[in-house]
Ligand binder design. Structure first.
Ligand code: OOG
Ligand code: MG
Length: 256
């Protein structure tokens, strides 16, 4: 088993938007550490190409998300500047079978590192919180994978959109914010901030601890997506998605 060649294979499928078979069905000895290593190797390729590494995403931090993909523990992935979309138009070019999910984005202004980090530490390092939408797109056939597969595929990262409106950490009780996703005018997912580990701030705490076990950290200026609040919804060309964050804002997405 050669991690470099597995990383190259996944990278090819990410870049060409072609489905692939799970790596765990072919490399039975592969470990979760190998999967994070593969993720890192592929991010290094992007950095070599001049793409900026802008932050981290947590995934599978809510029961709804864990249930929907059948993986029952949180994972993290890497966010690149090239994944960010800034208009409320979602192009499906380069995507296989995308899904959209509501998230909170934390913008950090201090370094966060170590195994003893607390919620208090995270609040002190949070510049602002913004409503966000993540577009995930597993490179695996039928969007089906296990823990190791999805980590190696950068936690299904594809695109993300962060609203311009910035909120200070103390402006709302984030665990009480209700979120609704409408597809073509019909509500199809509903959730609440508390769906993310009881409170989205805990997702950032958990991220710092997970990163620390690989000698990594959150750097000042980085974005952290704290994980889908509801299940993700499949989108097709022509769909209109409204993601409503009560008391905050609505993100409209037109799929092209
Ligand atoms: C894995 C990525 C999960 C989230 O917010 O839970 C994720 C997947 O569902 O494909 O981004
Ligand atoms: Mg997500």
């Amino acid at each position: 088993m050669n991690l470099n060649s597995i990383a190259n294979e996944i990278y090819h499928h990410q870049k060409n938007a072609v489905e692939m078979d799970k790596i765990t069905s072919r490399y039975t000895n592969i470990t979760i550490e190998d999967a994070y290593k593969i993720q890192e190797m592929n991010m290094e390729k992007e950095i070599q190409n001049g793409v900026q590494f802008v932050g981290w995403k947590m995934g599978l931090t809510s029961f709804a998300k864990q249930q929907s993909v059948g993986v029952n523990q949180p994972i993290y992935g890497r966010l690149l500047k090239s994944m960010e979309i800034s208009t409320e138009e979602l192009s499906l070019d380069g995507l296989i079978h995308p899904r959209v999910e509501p998230e909170f984005a934390f913008i950090m202004n201090k370094k966060l590192q170590g195994n003893n980090v607390t919620e208090q530490d995270v609040w002190q390092a949070t510049q602002c919180i913004m409503p966000a939408v993540e577009v995930i797109d597993s490179r695996y056939r039928d969007f089906s994978f296990n823990l190791i597969d999805v980590v190696a595929d950068n936690a299904s990262s594809a695109k993300f959109l962060i609203l311009k409106q910035k909120y200070t950490p103390d402006q709302f009780q984030w665990e009480n914010i209700n979120v609704r996703m409408k597809l073509n005018g019909r509500v199809i997912q509903e959730g609440k901030g508390s769906a993310v580990m009881g409170h989205p701030v805990r997702s950032v705490v958990e991220l710092v601890k997970m990163l620390n076990s690989s000698g990594l950290c959150i750097e000042p200026g980085m974005i952290v997506l704290t994980g889908g609040i509801t299940e993700a919804i499949h989108v097709l060309t022509g769909d209109f998605i409204e993601v409503e964050f009560d008391q905050l804002a609505t993100i409209d997405l037109t799929v092209r």
